[in-house]
Design a protein around this ligand. Structure first.
Ligand code: UDP
Length: 342
């Protein structure tokens, strides 16, 4: 089997490449390294089954030889990244997805789109089932990502319906694990980086907003199952264990043993108030459920960050304070005081 992984040098993409290589699959990783990193795939470079192509799928993609499947993951995915790269995010979700679909069409290959829980926006239905159509602000700052992914779903379905491409859509909820960039601005990586640096943990809003955090190995098993099936989806992939952002901060302080303060900053515009996947469909159609409890995954992720002290140190500035325009610190409380009130 030969699989093309766009965005293969990213956090999730590199884990997918690794899982595929381990099962004896030939992998062609296509990445423009705008948010991915060569260091994520360096360890595969000596593997004869692995090829890396430095290219932007938004400008085109041409691969020689047979292709059995295309996994289209390429896109900035962390909010600070897609705020920094709004046009690139729209381009890869639209033109990039079409190029990847055309490749699948030409090669008669399975096509799996990495969509996102962001297609549900700030959801009015909880937990989110795949039948829910979402609540997205089409002109807000997050729209460059949300609408690009919604368009990506639409064009994938159009290629399935009108050209017969074997399309499968997965909607990926918050995922974390080793190889996240310490400075990528997501909540898990930021809190771990801050805790290890003894810097304040920056909670946006009052920390009552929720997310459901899935460990990367679980998520990748779901994508591989989707690649191996003919299931069209969409299928939610995520861990339904829901936590407030404040609970996450407390878990990370406990795991790291850090004495960092917690700082409250203004909530970014259109930040979803809650998010939890209904994963019944993944269970019935793919036989998939997550296995790794959030706390276990967090320990593994903290260990990974501890093994990268220079990177963690270097990211201190990037994750200090809210990364959104107009955001500023509103109050600071000591984590010990917080523990006493809990
Ligand atoms: N968040 C936070 N502090 C941070 C980074 C993020 O409180 O330093 C919050 C963010 O406002 C959101 C949640 O954590 O409510 C998850 O944010 P993330 O950027 O990881 O992903 P999202 O689920 O919003 O795409």
């Amino acid at each position: 089997m030969r699989v093309i992984v766009t965005g293969g040098a990213g956090f999730l993409g590199s884990h997918l490449c690794e899982a595929l290589l381990k099962s004896g699959t030939t992998v062609v990783c296509v990445d423009d390294l705008s948010t991915g990193r060569l260091s994520n795939v360096d360890q595969f470079q000596d593997n004869p089954l692995f090829t890396f192509i430095n290219a932007d799928v938004s400008t085109g993609i041409d691969i020689d030889g047979p292709v059995d499947a295309v996994a289209h993951l390429a896109s900035p995915a962390s909010p600070p990244d897609y705020h920094r790269l709004p046009l690139e995010t729209l381009a890869v979700g639209s033109r990039g997805t079409e190029h990847a679909l055309r490749l699948a069409l030409k090669k008669d290959a399975r096509f799996v789109l990495a969509s996102t829980s962001e297609v549900y926006g700030d959801p009015a239905v909880h937990p989110q089932t795949e039948e829910y159509w979402g609540n997205v602000n089409s002109i807000g700052p997050r729209s460059v990502y949300d609408e690009a992914k919604r368009f990506a779903e639409a064009i994938s379905m159009a290629y399935a319906r009108s050209c017969g491409v074997n399309v499968g859509i997965v909607r990926i909820f918050n995922t974390f694990g080793p190889r996240m960039r310490p400075g990528d601005g997501r909540v898990v990586s930021s809190f771990i980086t801050q805790a290890l640096n003894g810097a304040p943990l920056t909670i946006y809003g009052d920390g009552t907003q929720t997310r459901s955090f899935c460990y990367v190995d679980d998520l990748v098993r779901g994508i591989v199952a989707m690649l191996q099936s003919d299931e069209p989806g969409p299928i939610n992939l995520g861990n339904p264990a829901e936590h407030t952002v404040l609970e996450l901060a407390e878990m990370i302080l406990e795991i790291t043993g850090s004495k960092s303060f917690i700082e409250f900053h203004r909530l970014p515009v259109d930040d979803p108030t809650r998010r939890q996947p209904d994963i019944s469909r993944a269970g019935t159609r793919l036989g998939w459920t997550p296995q790794v409890p959030t706390s276990v995954g967090l320990r593994r992720t903290v260990s990974f960050f501890q093994s990268q002290p220079l990177e963690v140190r270097a990211a201190a500035e990037t994750v200090a304070g809210a990364q959104f325009e107009g955001a500023r610190s509103t109050s600071v409380i000591h984590s010990e005081a917080l523990a006493k009130t809990a």
